[in-house]
Design a protein around this ligand. Structure first.
Ligand SMILES: O=C(O)CCC(=O)C(=O)O
Length: 309
């Protein structure tokens, strides 16, 4: 049973006002002083995110032809060739449902707890201004980059399990994940699916009924449908180059591929005060950044309210 102080602190972390202006005061004030609100496609994405908790765009429109997408795509293709044997072995276990918690239906290129090179294209893609501007404007503060990875999701004949079922992520009150499709993703390739309005800025406050899967709360489609009608779910199918921003503290699921595979890059951001265990480590020293958005994004550890930049 947590102590009274701990319980009060947990409640304050779940309250949008104390979360932002208490635990994250420093990054909030610094962002308010310095950062300009982006316009164009980024502005539309932020509006959709604020209202729905999800926004779908693409690399041409948002990144304005950023060469980083092509470098990312080429680097993933190289890794796929290098890892071909291991990927094939993993593919053969995709229907293994016995080992819950290991997500046998996907191959994580950088493993469970990535060790990332800050100069790699995978990190640089996440830290480019067009991405950080959207993420920081959504949070209204400078945020921390928490991890990135590349996934190949395999076809499976087994029923939906783990992250293929509805759930919330728990690392923070707001969590922004950016998914970039590296192949065309149709219904059969397990698109990301989101229940709009279930994020903390959203209007849908009721919680679906759930069951316990290996200690994690999951809901099936019928349980979710009682809270958000299926015709309102965002089923993020899209061609290669589709970019999805989603606050995954809202209800989501994905990766239930039945007829085709899905290849994607994703990165994740939380507030600097998020108490969740670290999800990655750096493989070499992070270059000192002049840009405060990058300086905060690459902080080595969690920071409290008095963060100064
Ligand atoms: O594979 C997917 O589309 C779902 C991913 C997911 O649940 C997550 O990243 O939290």
């Amino acid at each position: 049973m947590p102590s009274l102080i701990r319980r009060v602190s947990l409640a304050a972390r779940r309250n949008p006002i104390t979360w932002k202006y208490g635990f994250n005061l420093g990054p909030t004030l610094a962002y308010a002083r310095a950062a300009a609100r982006p316009g164009g496609e980024a502005e539309r994405v932020i509006e959709d995110l604020n209202r729905d908790g999800i926004a779908v765009t693409n690399v041409e429109t948002l990144l304005r032809g950023s060469g980083l997408f092509f470098s990312l795509d080429a680097e993933v293709a190289r890794l796929e060739r290098q890892e071909a044997e291991r990927i094939q072995q993993a593919r053969e276990s995709a229907n293994d449902t016995a080992s819950l918690g290991t997500k046998t239906f996907l191959y994580e290129f950088f493993g469970k707890r990535p060790r990332l090179d800050p100069r790699s294209v995978f990190v640089q893609f996440a830290l480019q201004p067009q991405i950080l501007q959207v993420v920081n404007a959504y949070f209204g503060m400078y945020t921390r980059f928490r991890e990135c990875n590349v996934w190949r999701t395999f076809r499976t004949a087994a029923p939906a399990r783990e992250s293929m079922l509805w759930h919330r992520d728990r690392e923070d009150l707001q969590i922004l994940k950016v998914f970039v499709y590296l192949n065309d993703v149709d219904e059969g390739a397990g698109p990301f699916v989101y229940a709009p309005g279930t994020h903390c800025k959203g209007s849908r406050r009721s919680e679906p009924e759930f069951f316990n899967e290996n200690g994690v709360q999951r809901s099936g489609d019928e349980q979710m449908a009682a809270v958000v009608p299926p015709e309102q779910w965002t089923r993020a199918t899209g061609v290669k180059g589709t970019v999805i921003f989603a606050d995954t503290h809202g209800y989501h699921k994905g990766g239930h591929a039945t007829t085709g595979e899905r290849l994607l890059y994703h990165c994740m951001f939380t507030s600097p005060a998020s108490e969740s265990p670290e999800l990655m480590s750096w493989s070499s020293e992070v270059p000192r950044a002049q840009d405060p958005a990058i300086a905060v994004a690459t902080l080595a550890s969690r920071r409290g309210p008095w963060l100064t930049i």
